[in-house]
Write a protein that binds this ligand. Sequence first.
Ligand SMILES: [Zn+2]
Length: 377
Amino acid sequence: MTRFVDVSAYLPDGRRTPGRLGPGQLTTVPLEVVSVGPTELVLPEVTVRDERGVPLLDPNETQLLSEPSQGGGPRVTADEDFQARVFGLTNTAVNAQRMLRTMAELLGQPLPHLLIRIGMHESPRRWRGGHYRVAARSYDPPEFGDAQVTGEIHLGGGDGQIPDPDGGEPYFGAPSHNLAIVYHEIGHHVCRHTADFRLNQLRPPTEQTNKKVAVDEGTCDILTAIMLDRPDIYGWHRATTPEWERRRRGLHPRWTMARFEGGSFDPHFDGTIWASGCWTARESVAAAGYDRARFDRMLLQGLHLSGALPEDGRSEEERTKLALKQRRYVSTLLEALLAADPELTDPVLAGMAAHGIHPGASNVALREAALAAKLAS
Ligand SMILES: [Zn+2]
């Protein structure tokens, strides 16, 4: 049995550049819930819980409307900070349900129930980030207790101030208010249960790995861009970071395989190349007269296809070793996309080629080819 509760949330406002006033359009949304507890919202797809021990919600209310209060934090009153925490819960719940339903529709099947915990890792200092965790032998940073086997998201309680480019009041860096962070972390849940880049399905359930590869981070960024319908996904909270810096992580034509680093380099930055290639391919699909949702479906179906372990004559150990290596390659995932919807081959290959991404090559081979092409031009 579910019921509807009216709650406050930001929704993407349809602008292709980030809004200046906040992370989205402030809206009242009817949210389908299974139950409401003092610190949590249980929905059919996801449970969102504040872990800081302060009761925030009245389980009997039919409306949970609150003000974002500039994200709360130390600059506002205690009552405004309370409002901002309530808003963090409802905003995360609305956007998690929105994304998980979109993903399930594109995949043709639901994902395992997700848990999102807000206010984690509060010491030694409050945290403005988020991460996705599956059950593992050890965690970095350390966790108190095991993560769910099927995966959970941790969002910090927030830290620092996001300056307003127009000189207005700054916004507290609360990740539960930030659609891009919420969508990106849910992207990891999608990847874990489809492409499974690190083959966690083959490990004992409580001995999975939480290390992420570049193509995983990049896939989370393109899923974020699809949900926001804009390429400059972190442009709201990184407005002061120039667009040409990698730290901005905007999806942009400038990011090609010539910039791929690999090794111990931050997988988020290398991932931007794959995410940018996907964005260009999606626009190229639209220019060829198809709906952009056709690319989105191709991406989800491709992720699903690439998660299967092919049966061939090799031993399981050999197949696992090879699959682990190949799942790091952007070309492996590209090939799965093409297999998922062959009719889109031409526009997708054209879009990907602009970023030096082609089928049938390792990431390093793509980098060498992109560098050679750059020298020749
Ligand atoms: Zn990530």
